[in-house]
Design a protein around this ligand. Structure first.
Ligand code: SAH
Length: 261
């Protein structure tokens, strides 16, 4: 397995990093631990709630480029429901609610929460949808999607990561996620067509099989660009007569989509 040149999948864009809350605000929130008992109980949720506010701000700030106005209620509930701390290595748990990608082993990363939220919003997921994810990684994005839709199919090329994600998702009780090990460039023809497809590793071109496996009206959200350079996060909509219409959103940085030959 090739070691990816970038470990910082998907790094915040410069635009987004300008919007981080002031350190002072962080210190004030952290200081809430000195409050009475009732407030202490709520304090356990403070990092997650702060992250949700930060994601909403980031999405609003990039609305002109993405067409996503902010964090929608279904995606907000999904982000609240999925315990991100379980998807990051134990040693990094204190950072589980930081808005940044974290290493998950095998040279791969769990994506930045804002990017997970943005990709989920771009899919315009509906409860009845069946979605495909390419790049299971930690399984976190799959779990967020599974909170929003009927069924999620997810493909991972690194067997050790796929096995770990499968065990965790089973333990957390996700029964509507199907995982497989393989090269997601080819999609999952047996389960196609999909209402939406999200790719969480970057190829240098849009894989034709993924376009083919979209339903008419379906959406493909995919970072595309050369390895080690800035990539464009694309929203591709397949219209009623099968034509693909592409919208370029923000710049991102993902690990490369590797191929199985
Ligand atoms: N969605 C993940 C983040 C994944 S990082 C999460 O929420 O944690 C990208 C993942 O894509 C890595 O685990 C990498 O091994 C995987 N990947 C790279 N090329 C792939 C391919 N051709 N098919 C399937 N998975 C691939």
């Amino acid at each position: 397995m090739q070691t990816p040149a970038i470990l910082g999948d998907p790094a915040r864009t410069r635009h987004m990093s300008d919007r981080r809350p002031a350190p002072l605000r962080r210190r004030l929130l952290a200081g809430a631990g000195a409050w009475p008992l009732a407030a202490l109980a709520q304090d356990g949720d403070a990092p997650r709630e702060r992250l949700l506010r930060e994601i909403d701000l980031q999405l609003r700030a990039s609305a002109a480029q993405t067409g996503v106005a902010g964090l929608s209620e279904p995606v907000r509930s999904a982000l609240r429901a999925v315990p991100r701390e379980r998807f990051v290595p134990a040693a990094l748990r204190d950072h589980a609610f930081d808005d940044r990608p974290l290493p998950i082993g095998e040279g791969q990363t769990i994506s930045q929460p804002t990017v997970v939220a943005l990709m989920t919003e771009l899919l315009a997921a509906q409860p009845a949808h069946r979605l495909l994810e390419v790049g299971t990684g930690s399984g976190y994005q799959a779990a967020v999607l599974a909170e929003c839709v009927a069924r999620v199919y997810s493909i991972e090329i690194v067997p050790a990561l796929g096995a770990r994600a499968a065990a965790l998702l089973r333990e957390l009780g996700y029964r509507n996620i199907e995982l497989k090990i393989g090269d997601g460039y080819r999609g999952w023809p047996e389960a196609a067509p999909f209402d939406g497809i999200v790719v969480t590793a970057a190829p240098d071109h849009v894989p034709q099989p993924l376009i083919e496996q979209l339903k008419p009206g379906g959406r493909l959200v995919i970072p595309v660009g050369p390895q080690g350079a800035i990539q464009h996060l694309l929203l591709i909509r397949k219209d009623a007569d099968g034509r693909a219409v592409t919208r370029r959103t923000i710049d991102v940085r993902f690990v490369p989509l590797t191929r199985e030959w």
